[in-house]
Write a protein of this length. Structure first.
Length: 243
């Protein structure tokens, strides 16, 4: 699944496997260290680079670009870090302030994953806590890798967390999804038989989603990610605007 409201490029060369459990419990924050590249360049480079590196989202002051699908692990922070986090690469030097779109993207992922907006220490990260962590926190928590980004002071982290909290409370980006898209996903999953995909989210569509959710979980497996989010109330199906 792609995150709603995000523009995606081609899939990166290296990613996977699927998260288990899903969604992950952490949002991982990275700085690319590249002072010239932008989010489009970084996402494109991920389709060709041979060092096994990728991210879920790339951000710069002008855009958010999607790369790794939401339900798949990105290759951003070695084995332990990959398995527990959605990862965002913010363009710029390791010590540069977060871009506005890093704030927006972090708020989106916290909203969708019901992830607390709080900075985790390496000890909390290792102990299984939920929240937000920098790449260096993963290195210290699991003794994997050598990265030190983002190089932010405690005050910078505090300001970032406050900005994410404000954005999460004010923004609707990513919390809505096309009702026609949800209907098609239901149809593809074997539900909504005999009902056309028309974007009209009514009683029949909701009943089909409830049945699909119950059947999938009674059978010991989940639904496609977008259906899970809608069933749990994290995403809201909306009909297209009419003029």
């Amino acid at each position: 699944m792609n995150f709603a409201g995000i523009t995606y490029g081609q899939l990166p060369r290296s990613y996977g496997p699927k998260f288990d459990p899903y969604p992950p419990r952490v949002v991982g924050i990275h700085k690319t260290g590249n002072t010239r590249g932008n989010a489009l360049d970084e996402a494109d480079w991920a389709t060709r680079r041979t060092d096994g590196t990728s991210a879920h989202l790339y951000t710069d002051p002008y855009r958010i670009i999607g790369s790794v699908p939401a339900e798949m692990q990105a290759h951003s922070a070695h084995r332990h870090g990959n398995a527990i986090a959605w990862h965002i690469e913010d363009c710029g030097a390791a010590g540069a302030a977060p871009t506005n779109n890093l704030v927006r993207a972090t708020a989106l992922l916290c909203k969708l994953g019901a992830i607390p907006i709080r900075k985790l220490t390496p000890e909390q990260l290792r102990a299984g806590a939920h929240g937000i962590a920098g790449h260096h926190d993963f290195v210290l928590a699991f003794s994997e890798g050598t990265h030190t980004d983002p190089i932010w002071s405690d005050d910078q982290w505090e300001a970032f967390i406050r900005a994410v909290a404000r954005e999460e409370g004010n923004s609707i980006m990513g919390v809505q999804i096309s009702s026609a898209h949800v209907q098609q996903a239901l149809k593809d999953a074997g539900f909504l038989a005999g009902t056309k995909v028309d974007g009209d989210w009514g009683r029949n569509s909701q009943a089909s989603l409830t049945s699909a959710f119950k059947a999938a979980h009674d059978g010991g497996h989940g639904l496609p990610a977008e259906l899970e989010f809608v069933a749990k109330g994290t995403l809201t199906p909306v009909e297209p605007a009419t003029t």
